[in-house]
Design a protein around this ligand. Sequence first.
Ligand code: HEM
Length: 421
Amino acid sequence: MSGSSHDDGRFSRRAFLGAGIGGLAVGALGGVGGTAWARSEGADAAAPSDGVPSHTAYPFYDRAHQGGIDTPQQRHAIFAAYDLTVSDPRSLQVLLARWSAAIAQFQRGRSLGAVEPTRSSAVPTDTGEAADLEPAGLTVTIGLGPGVFDDRFGLADRKPAKFGPLPALPSERLEENLTGGDLSLQACAEDPQVAYHAIRVLSRMAQGSATVRWTVMGFGRASAGKGQSTPRNLMGFKDGTRNIKSDADLASFVWHDGADQAWMKGGTYQVARKIQMHIENWDSDFIGDQQAVFGRSKQEGAPLSGAHEFDAPDFAKKGADGEPAIPATSHVALAAHENNGGLKILRRSYNFTDGMNADGQINAGLLFIAYMNDPAAFVTLQTKLGQSDRLNEYIAHVGSGVFAVPPAPASGSYVGEALFG
Ligand code: HEM
């Protein structure tokens, strides 16, 4: 994985004076929206004793890819999808430029303006709730939905050939108000208030240009505790064991080569799904069945053909009953690259919980977020999973979005600028 060296400076969050909303727009569009940040990017090798690496800061500009994709997964996330309410390219450019300049500040642990402006009649530019907090490893990733390439913005000829709304997929139960979006923001941080602050201020900056369509607040994805290196989902299983981990796989399966659209070189596609878990049903299931659903053991996370978490699954191995040790309709048997012509995706999911449903059941599940250089990879896997995955008895896909994620901007530029060139 790229991008991990130590950020050795403590960056207290302080007001980024002299950059009001108007200044950001003009600054970013005029090429002075961000100065190159010479600090090395990276995860924090020296986390404080509570385990939260609060002073980790990732640079926003001058890197190959936006943060929040191959950077180490933070504990908390807020995902938000937006509908554009403007229909001219200039307004979209201004929004992307203002968002980019603001995100660059937030990732450095800075606020957008003074918490207490000197004029008592001034409305504070920044909402203030992160004023005393450190960067907390914040990354905010901007995505562009299929709507950006419809006839509103004159960008139809910039649409990558492989990009468009996802087709209807088997067994999904998508809800209109949790689906789609012209833009996405994925804010991830070690401190939920830092992620929340970023989305809140960026949503506020979008007023008049875009409205929030759906959001999901995610948690619980950093490894925790002695000897546990893989986080667990809300079904209690380790999730991420066989995720993409090497630069070679990132190059093959995640990063866009820019062949058909140069502005996407170094970018990727983001698929977000809000997947509800039927927690009460799952919690009353036998352990044997739970393990057969995933094809892995619950405590260790080992494939049912082996003994240890990182043992390679052997899909041909038979159990004492003569049936495959890893059931053919288990989640991992259906999703594994060995059974899908070598196909892989990068998963970067979070748990979520939203209180109770109207029917009195726990409303919780997985905010599934995956990155890939062709959205067809998700369609292929989910078509198969949606048809026969044993897990389907316990889940329902209720929200969905697909977004093109441009590469990171150079300093002085903004996310997606090359699209308008
Ligand atoms: C609530 C929904 C889901 C849950 C609880 C879940 C859980 C898991 C678990 C526990 C594993 C095994 C550990 C690992 O290798 O990470 C796994 C593997 C995997 N999942 Fe999911 N998953 C869900 C949805 C999806 C979806 C929607 C996709 C893609 C369309 C997907 C793709 C994969 C892939 C590719 C693997 C790796 C399989 C392998 O190579 O062994 N999952 N998932």
